[in-house]
Design a protein around this ligand. Structure first.
Ligand SMILES: Nc1nc2c(c(=O)[nH]1)N[C@H]1C(S)=C(S)[C@@H](COP(=O)(O)O)O[C@H]1N2
Ligand SMILES: [Mo]
Length: 443
């Protein structure tokens, strides 16, 4: 890990890079990938094998290639890394983000539980390995096969487990509905390479699951077991949970349990909140950079940015009856105000959609990678004049606001519904900065 990462906890390691570092390259270099761990890193030896089994009678598996040689079904099946490498090599460039990414912004509205992630608990890497569906097809399990046998796949889930001990439980695990896990429109990978190198130990070597579009918690690192079951399970509880309170937590927080797919999102990474920026008095502008990610692999069509003077007038919000604390929070009020700005107030950012290999044309119309955006946002004279002076009288207080629109015309939600666990924050991005007018002629 890059020593410049901001460490939220050392044991287990939880850290995220600085926002400006995060958006300085399209592919996230290994040292800049956030670390999210519920336990210590696992070292798997050279005799590593992946176990695949089923708890459903109707879903029996056998190693189809080996049976031909050895004869007779074998269940469970165990595969070495070399066995996996015999299957077609597949790759994808995809975002992997923590459900808690941007949690500090939700916490500003009202307190939430969990690690206080900024907006950098997200990475965008190239992964190579095998498709999960190719591996399962090899052991005789496919959606077509199950449906042909009239098996109801609706209630089947694939569980992914590691023997890694974790804070909240005996081992770390997560599950995916079988229809999502084996969906031909989603490149779910068992990855052994990241950024064209063997997968790094910190990120799950020798094998991790990579589920594009879905919260990072499901992309199990140091994957050891794949089990088909007829129930969903989530092993991950908040750090405050104890064996005695575990059940109560599970009942209290069903919302997290069903969070899988990320909504359309974007975040301004540069400048950062509280930055002091010198602008020209005659031609004031602010350089803005950030990332945008579509839901379910939908490409990003545009990102829009505006600057507005602070403070904004308080207005009543449609959220007022549901949650007054959120409706009158400064961030929500800034977003509300921005939503009534005329279209001329918005600047369309330039988009970087990355290399051709991650383009929708190569990915069945999907774009699993992020889209980076950048713009020089002009600051109109009226905005500067209307903005409150800072305490020292040297600067003016303004907010930058941004939102993304996807290729289906869907607009990023202005305000995410507040939730106790602080997950899936995807509100319009807001950054408050000070602008100082440099004296004319200054470099
Ligand atoms: N074995 C294991 N897999 C895991 C975790 C973990 O603690 N242990 N954390 C999950 C969570 S919550 C996230 S967001 C991602 C983070 O992946 P990274 O550390 O490679 O960025 O891994 C997921 N897979
Ligand atoms: Mo996560």
């Amino acid at each position: 890990m890059d020593s410049a990462q901001h460490v939220l906890s050392e044991h287990p390691l939880n850290s995220e890079p600085a926002p400006a570092t995060l958006v300085s390259s399209f592919l996230t270099p290994t040292g800049s990938i956030f670390n999210r761990n519920h336990g210590e890193v696992v070292s798997n030896g050279p005799d590593y094998r992946l176990q695949i089994s089923s708890e459903i009678d109707a879903v029996r598996m056998s190693d189809q290639t080996r049976d031909a040689v050895a004869g007779g079904p074998a269940s469970p099946v165990s595969l070495s890394l070399d066995d996996l490498k015999q299957l077609p090599n597949r790759d994808v460039t995809t975002v992997l983000a923590c459900a808690g990414n941007r949690r500090i912004e939700m916490n500003e509205e009202k307190d939430v539980e969990g690690l206080q992630w900024g907006g950098s608990a997200i990475s965008n890497c190239h992964y190579a390995g095998t498709f999960l569906r190719d591996v399962l097809a090899r052991v005789g399990v496919s959606l077509e096969h199950l449906e042909a046998k009239h098996e109801d796949t609706k209630d089947l889930h694939i569980h992914f487990e590691t023997s890694q001990k974790c804070e909240e439980d005996d081992y770390y695990g997560a599950s995916l509905p079988i229809r999502m896990a084996l969906d031909s429109a989603r490149p779910v990978l068992l990855a052994y390479e990241m950024n064209h190198e063997p997968l790094a130990e910190a990120h799950g070597a020798p094998l991790r699951l990579v589920v594009p579009g879905v919260i990072g918690a499901r992309s199990v690192k140091w994957l050891e077991r794949i089990i088909i079951r007829n129930r969903e399970v989530h092993k991950v509880l908040p750090p405050e949970a104890t064996p005695e309170t575990k059940q109560a937590f599970l009942e209290k927080t069903p919302a997290l349990m069903s969070v899988a797919e990320f909504p359309l999102n974007s975040e301004i990474c540069e400048p950062t909140d509280g930055a002091v920026i010198d602008v020209s008095p005659t031609d004031a502008q602010v350089q803005v950079k950030g990332y945008a990610v579509g839901a379910k692999g939908t490409p990003i069509a545009s990102v829009h940015l505006a600057v507005l003077p602070l403070p904004v007038p308080t207005q009543s919000s449609p959220f007022a009856t549901r949650d007054p604390a959120v409706a009158f929070s400064p961030l929500h009020q800034i977003r509300l105000h921005a939503s009534s700005l005329p279209s001329e107030a918005w600047t369309a950012a330039e988009l970087d959609t990355g290399p051709a290999s991650s383009a929708p044309s190569e990915q069945g119309g999907k774009h699993w990678a992020w889209t980076l955006f950048s713009a020089a946002v002009p600051v109109p004279r009226e905005v500067l004049d209307a903005a409150q002076k800072t305490m020292d009288g040297e600067g003016r207080q303004v907010a930058l606001v941004g939102y993304a629109v996807d290729a289906e015309g869907q607009k990023q939600e202005m305000q995410t519904m507040w939730n106790l666990r602080g997950v899936a924050e995807a509100s319009w991005s807001v950054v408050r900065v000070q602008l100082r007018e440099a004296s004319d002629g200054a470099p």
